[in-house]
Design a protein around this ligand. Structure first.
Ligand SMILES: Nc1ncnc2c1ncn2[C@@H]1O[C@H](COP(=O)(O)OP(=O)(O)OP(=O)(O)O)[C@@H](O)[C@H]1O
Ligand SMILES: [Mg+2]
Length: 470
């Protein structure tokens, strides 16, 4: 049967061989499965117990884990839980009679199970399916194709339900002339989505023009938008066409609409209603054929309540909202985006391809990303610039450290000596937790950074009750 398998080597996105980790204690079984997998063209590392599996996972990037349920040092479920942070598809090998256990494993997040005796074709099929579900393959399959603009600049990366749902709205609304409002925290991709709406619309070959209230002084905004006729005010030596007119036939993007001065908000409302403008100092109304997109990271409802934002304009622009969730609420996207940026930026900046070490990925997952995708992108860019490559290590992922209010909430009872000892313990605990977090709980590295012996660090971890999940 194995002779029938195709010999075409499946490759990862980055052109490298796809690596599979196989954990099976029965030597004969292990060798047979490993050879089936290897023959298909995957790189396979086969080990007999969980400890060896975990050690390999620290060192290498695997695309799929295939593991037996009953292993000498830990059962497959425990192994699954220990690898959950890596977000790798986990395939369970299960003997006849332990299907219930396999079902439990799936509930715990395993990708699927394969019953023994193993049918080679079925094993390979499951691996392929699992690969298609991983971020490596998903990135290719999902939105990228659909949402790529003509220029190839717009690629929305994501696989979380939260993001896909909003991206689906982009596709729906793009075809219509409807006004769109993009909402979301800074760095969540509002401008990217605005460009995607344009790129998927019938106006894609016409201009996409944007104005950002934050980058232009208030007194110049109106001129920038509407343009002026010669002599309309002192210093207006020449006629100037405004940005709105430049968008004729295309899309106009009002960025940070919440920050436009009130007086200008009224004029913008009039443009939406009358679909025409008059240049400053001009008499003639110029008809506009423009699709409008607005974006804001502000609480517009509150701005309306506080009379900083016109209610009539609010109603006019909120008919089709697309809300981009913060990155911390769609954690599925973190590694997908990180891989994308690592690959793209390393090729741009270093002319070769970098990838992320497992511990680096873990560190990325543990951070809340207040600056959202932009912050993630900048973080990866920094790592690519400072790193030796080609593997980005956790210490090259530089994140703003949390401040340590040592005395805050601390028990200040007792004498100076007692309080001092307590403060020392607290500060040590926080520092150790921070460094462990930064190194992906790599104790050897943490000991080095903390300048203590490995033994001392282990003692302190025990003393302060620092567990990996913290
Ligand atoms: N889903 C995504 N896929 C790929 N790149 C993304 C995604 N979301 C955001 N980015 C990238 O992150 C950066 C920030 O996105 P963008 O400028 O669109 O955010 P924004 O919401 O407009 O932020 P701000 O409110 O600060 O202006 C851009 O470089 C953008 O290309
Ligand atoms: Mg923006």
């Amino acid at each position: 049967m194995r002779g029938q398998l195709t010999r075409r080597t499946p490759l990862a996105d980055n052109g490298r061989m796809i690596k599979i980790l196989l954990v099976e204690d029965n030597a004969a079984m292990r060798e047979m499965l490993a050879s089936i997998i290897a023959e298909k063209g995957y790189a396979v590392d086969a080990v007999a117990d969980v400890a060896s599996g975990l050690a390999l996972l620290k060192k290498n990037d695997y695309a799929v884990i295939v593991s037996d349920l009953q292993l000498p040092d830990m059962d497959g479920l425990g192994f699954l839980k220990k690898t959950r942070d890596l977000q790798l598809p986990f395939l369970i090998l299960t003997a006849y009679g332990s299907i219930e256990k396999a079902v439990e494993a799936i509930k715990e997040g395993a990708y699927d199970f394969i019953a023994k005796p193993v049918d080679p074709d079925y094993l390979l099929l499951m691996i392929e399916k699992a690969l298609a579900a991983t971020h490596i393959a998903r990135e290719n399959l999902v939105l990228r194709e659909v949402l790529r603009s003509e220029t190839g600049r717009t690629a929305i990366i994501g696989s979380s339900r939260e993001l896909l749902q909003e991206a689906e709205k982009v596709r729906q609304v793009a075809q219509t002339p409807a006004t769109v409002l993009l909402r979301g925290e800074s760095g969540t991709g509002k401008e990217l989505f605005a460009r995607a709406v344009h790129a998927l619309s019938p106006r894609r070959d016409r201009p996409f023009i944007t104005i950002n209230s934050a980058s232009i002084p208030d007194n110049l905004l109106e001129n920038e938008l509407f343009g002026h006729e010669k002599g309309s005010y002192t210093g207006a030596h020449m006629r100037q066409v405004g940005k709105l007119e430049l968008a004729q036939g295309g899309t106009f993007f009002f960025d940070e609409i919440g920050d436009f001065p009130l007086q200008l908000q009224g004029k913008i409302l009039r443009v939406l209603e009358e679909k025409s403008i008059t240049r400053l100092g001009g008499a003639r109304a110029i008809a506009l054929d423009i699709r409008f997109i607005f974006a804001t990271n502000q609480d517009l409802e509150r701005a309306v309540a506080e009379k900083r934002f016109r209610q009539d304009l609010y109603f006019r622009i909120t008919s089709f909202p697309i809300v981009l969730p913060p990155l911390r609420e769609r954690r599925d996207d973190i590694l997908l985006l990180a891989d994308h940026f690592a690959r793209k930026l390393s090729l741009e900046v270093r002319k070769r391809e970098f990838s992320l070490a497992p511990a680096a990925r873990k560190k990325l997952l543990a951070y809340p990303w207040p600056g959202n995708v932009r912050e993630l992108q900048n973080t990866i860019e920094r790592a690519v610039i400072i790193g030796a490559g080609p593997v980005i290590r956790p210490e090259e992922i530089i994140l703003p450290g949390r401040p340590f209010p040592v005395s805050e909430g601390m028990n200040l009872n007792g004498g100076l000596k007692e309080v001092g000892a307590r403060a020392r313990a607290l500060a040590e605990k926080q520092k150790i937790a921070q460094v462990l977090g930064e190194t992906g709980f790599n104790r050897t590295q943490a000991a080095e950074i903390l300048q203590v012996s490995y033994k001392t660090l282990l003692d302190k971890i025990k003393e302060y009750g620092l567990a990996e999940k913290d």
